[in-house]
Design a protein around this ligand. Structure first.
Ligand SMILES: Nc1ncnc2c1ncn2[C@@H]1O[C@H](COP(=O)(O)OP(=O)(O)O)[C@@H](O)[C@H]1O
Ligand SMILES: [Mg+2]
Length: 240
């Protein structure tokens, strides 16, 4: 771990300290995992398949509980899944964004304002009455993000949100999230294994064997991930 590149945790919107997590019947996934995402920044989480990235995001979102360690995040937290069809539940764009506000007991006027503001932020205001099924994958992901913005989320957690998108929508989405983080002062943690997406973040973490083994400059992390991917594909080749 390069301590010089890790921010002071007091300025961080997401802090994980010495986290330990194991599945009931499985191996330990996270073992002494620590990281801090500075407030108002866009960071990415890298690691090979099965290294625990999705598990860590679920812990951050409170969907799982760790055996030990500490998690602190600014609230509320919004989650964007890899597959938007697992997330969007209402028939139309506007209804889906409004659905996320049900627990806040707002007036119909406040709900309408929140929905319109959030859809404007992701450039989908004109799509408010469109059925979800008529949207592209990238547009669906933007509806999911609008849901988080409508709830006034401080932190956005995105688990491989571009995995099912074509290359153009993939880059559109990462650029849009970068812009939203800067314009709205959000903090985002984005899981990816796509090296080109690293060009848009402020920093990245590399997860390996249960803990963060490197953090900081996207370009340096990119080189390191490339080496790891080469080693992994070489050992696959040898074992097959
Ligand atoms: N629901 C589950 N029950 C038991 N083990 C799981 C479950 N989900 C994932 N795992 C295991 O946890 C480890 C980390 O998985 P995951 O967090 O999905 O990795 P990544 O997102 O980095 O590919 C893997 O060994 C995986 O098989
Ligand atoms: Mg995953």
């Amino acid at each position: 771990m390069n301590a010089a590149t890790q921010p002071e945790t007091t300025d961080a919107a997401v802090v994980v300290e010495q986290l330990v997590f194991k599945w009931p019947k499985g191996d330990t996934v996270l073992q002494g995992c620590s990281l801090a995402v500075p407030e108002g920044e866009f960071w990415m989480l890298l690691g090979t398949n099965g290294s625990g990235k999705s598990t860590l995001l679920r812990l951050l979102a409170g969907l799982l509980s760790p055996q030990s360690g500490e998690i602190r995040t600014a609230q509320p937290v919004g989650f964007v899944f890899q597959n938007p069809d697992h997330q969007l539940v209402m028939p139309t764009v506007g209804a889906d964004v409004a659905f996320g506000l049900v627990e806040e007991r707002l007036s119909p006027m406040q709900v309408r304002q929140r929905v319109e503001e959030a859809l404007t932020a992701v450039n989908l205001l004109a799509f408010q009455r469109r059925p979800i099924y008529a949207l592209s994958g990238g547009q669906k992901q933007r509806v999911a993000i609008a849901g988080a913005i409508a709830r006034h989320c401080e932190v956005l957690l995105l688990d491989e949100p571009t995995a099912l998108l074509d290359p153009d929508s993939q880059l559109d989405l990462v650029i849009q999230v970068q812009r939203l983080v800067k314009s709205r002062g959000l903090t985002a943690l984005w899981v990816t294994h796509r090296l080109d997406e690293l060009n848009y973040c402020d920093g990245a973490f590399l997860l390996d064997q249960g803990s963060v083994i490197d953090a900081g400059e996207p370009e340096r992390l990119k080189q390191r991930l490339m080496q790891i991917q080469e080693v992994a594909s070489e050992s696959n080749r040898v074992s097959n």
